[in-house]
Structures are given as structure tokens and as C-alpha cells.
Design a protein around this ligand. Structure first.
Ligand code: PMV
Length: 331
């Protein structure tokens, strides 16, 4: 390659309703369990990738700042694409999130999905969404899901080479519009990233085995709830999967406590709102933010309740969003 080749992509963040927590052995980042997520419209990463023969090494600029510390996983993802294209050219990656990075809002999901989409397009690789999902998975497990919009299922797969470990669409968002209110309770980066949290849970949590064993029925319940548009059933399985994941993580040594006090208050508040008849449920990932999923006509009440909770810094509202979008870029 003699000239620069560049492209851009936007990918949305997603949140899991049935969680992924744990990886299989090996270097391919294959999840130990499947997961089911919704893609969020208003939380995105915009990424431009420019392969430039003049570069000696890859460069990463995230939210306007050089981030050499993040290059390991980014370069590993680009290497997969470079191998596919048969080139060794290094790239500049400029990425921007419109929400706090690394605080449990799935910036790695949108970030790696956008990276792979932009990188593949810049190199002229004609990859299917499934192939893009397989590459994105190797950057971050949840990124495999951000290739698709609406309701998405990630299949853990059974092949040792990870070829069947990818996401696929379950239901377009327009078929069952749901809204999400994110209550931000802290904006710093989380102390233990999800990868090391998963490894620690697998190594030391006495509940990790039960987490794996009891996971498949949750997947089935969630699929059924989505296809039946059964909000109450979805709420029940999503809250149970979330708390089970956190219970397994909390029982690790040293303990992994991703909740802060406001997270716990928020969970209580959302349970109270549902008991009083509002269609809303909570989920929480590897960080202290509260994600409330609700019917669109409950959104204003959910937002007002969460915004009024002492310690909530900000609320972000969104509907369900589309999958990966890529674009040409001036190079
Ligand atoms: O995508 P990762 O490897 O950062 O892991 C995501 C883990 C959770 O967000 C806690 C659960 C999930 O399924 O998204």
C-alpha cells in the first residue's frame, strides 16, 4: 500500500439484559456464556482509522488525548484486519465517545465495534456483519453485539477457533421500542476492568460454577420474553441475571464490588417504581451506573425519579439504536 487509506464508523453502546461474565481459556476472547443485549441509540463512539505507510507504529487518540496505554488491544484488533488484507501498514486511530469512557457505560463495546468497522472499510475488506462481529469480539466481548441494532444475541459458540462465537440480531428495535434512562453515579474510570474482573471471578468466586450452570435457562427465558414482548418476564430475568453476575463477582477474592451506595439506592427505587405499576427494570454492568429500561410512556417518570436521587450526577436518555454505520473518509 503506497497511499493512505482511511474510513470512519459510528457504533453504539449496548447493555446486556442477560449478562456475559467469564471467558473460555485461550487468546481468542471467547465468552464462557452467551448474552442478550439492546443497542442504545444515543451513546456512541465515532472512530476514524487511517492506514499510513509513513507510520512506524499504530497511534491511538481517544477523546482528544493520545492513549498509548490503550494500544495493545487496538493494535491486536487491527492486526487481525491487516492479516486479512495481507498488509503490515500501521494506522492512526482517532476515536471519540459522547459519554464517559471506561465507567461501565460500555465504551469498549461501541469503541471496538467502530474500530473494526472503520478499519475493515479503510482496507477495502468486504466483511459480513457476522465476520465483523467475530473480529470485534476479540477486542471486547460486548463489542461483538454492537455490530447489530435493536435486540441482539451473542452466541458463545463451541468451536475452538472462535468462528461460531459472534452476535446476531434477535429483533429489530422498532418491533418493540423500549427506552433506557442511564443514571450516572460516578464519572471516573472503574478500578477493575471487566476482563480482569472476569478472570478473578472464575479463579476465586465459589459461585462462578453456579453462574455458568444456571445461565442457559436465563437465555431461553429472555429470548421468549422478547419474542412475546412480555415486559414483566423480561424485567424478571434481566434483574436476576444482573444480580447473579454481581453476586458471583462480589464473592471473588479480593471482592469485586462495582456498585456504590447510589447504585444500591437506585436499584431500590426502580424496584419500588415497578411495584407501584410503572413498567421499568434495572441493570448494572462492571461499573456503578444504573441503567433503567422502561416502556416509552414511563420514561419521563423514570428520569424524574432517578434525577431526584441524591448522588446521581447526570441522567442520559435513549431509545434503541441501529447497528454499525461506516463512511468514507478524506485521506
Ligand atoms: O465487553 P467486556 O469484555 O468489557 O465485558 C462486558 C461485561 C458486562 O458489561 C459486565 C456484561 C455484558 O454482557 O456486557
Amino acid at each position: 500500500m503506497s497511499a493512505m487509506q482511511a474510513a470512519g464508523a459510528r457504533a453504539r453502546s449496548n447493555i446486556a439484559l442477560v449478562k456475559y461474565w467469564g471467558k473460555t481459556a485461550g487468546t481468542l476472547n471467547v465468552p464462557a456464556v452467551g448474552s442478550i443485549s439492546i443497542t442504545l441509540d444515543a451513546l456512541w463512539s465515532d472512530t476514524e482509522v487511517a492506514f499510513d505507510p509513513a507510520l512506524a507504529s499504530d497511534e491511538l487518540v481517544l477523546d482528544g488525548k493520545p492513549r498509548p496505554d490503550g494500544l495493545g488491544r487496538v493494535s491486536a484488533c487491527l492486526d487481525i484486519l491487516r492479516d486479512m488484507a495481507g498488509i503490515g501498514t500501521r494506522a492512526t486511530v482517532v476515536s471519540r465517545n459522547n459519554f464517559p469512557t471506561g465507567a461501565g457505560l460500555a465504551s469498549s463495546a461501541s469503541g471496538f465495534a467502530a474500530l473494526v468497522g472503520a478499519g475493515a472499510r479503510a482496507l477495502g475488506l468486504d466483511l459480513s456483519p457476522k465476520e465483523l462481529s467475530i473480529v470485534a469480539r476479540q477486542g471486547s466481548g460486548s463489542a461483538a453485539r454492537s455490530i447489530f441494532g435493536g435486540f441482539v444475541e451473542m452466541r458463545a459458540g463451541t468451536n475452538a477457533d472462535g468462528r461460531d462465537s459472534h452476535a446476531e440480531p434477535l429483533l429489530p428495535g422498532r418491533e418493540w421500542p423500549l427506552d433506557i434512562v442511564v443514571a450516572v453515579t460516578a464519572t471516573g474510570e472503574k478500578p477493575v476492568g471487566s476482563g480482569s474482573g472476569m478472570r478473578r471471578s472464575a479463579r476465586s468466586s465459589p459461585y462462578y460454577g453456579s453462574w455458568l450452570e444456571t445461565h442457559p435457562p436465563d437465555m431461553e427465558l429472555c429470548r421468549k420474553a422478547i419474542h412475546a414482548r412480555d415486559f414483566e418476564a423480561l424485567a424478571e430475568v434481566a434483574e436476576a441475571s444482573c444480580l447473579k453476575m454481581h453476586a458471583a463477582a462480589m464473592a471473588a477474592r479480593p471482592a469485586l464490588i462495582y456498585f456504590n451506595g447510589v447504585t444500591v439506592e437506585g436499584i431500590g427505587l426502580i424496584r419500588e417504581l415497578r411495584r407501584s405499576g410503572l413498567p421499568v427494570f434495572f441493570t448494572v454492568d462492571a461499573g456503578p451506573q444504573i441503567k433503567a429500561v422502561c416502556a416509552p410512556d414511563a420514561r419521563a417518570a423514570v428520569r424524574d425519579a432517578l434525577a431526584g436521587l441524591p448522588g446521581v450526577v447526570e441522567t442520559i436518555e435513549t431509545g434503541l439504536g441501529p447497528g454499525l454505520e461506516t463512511r468514507e473518509c478524506a485521506s
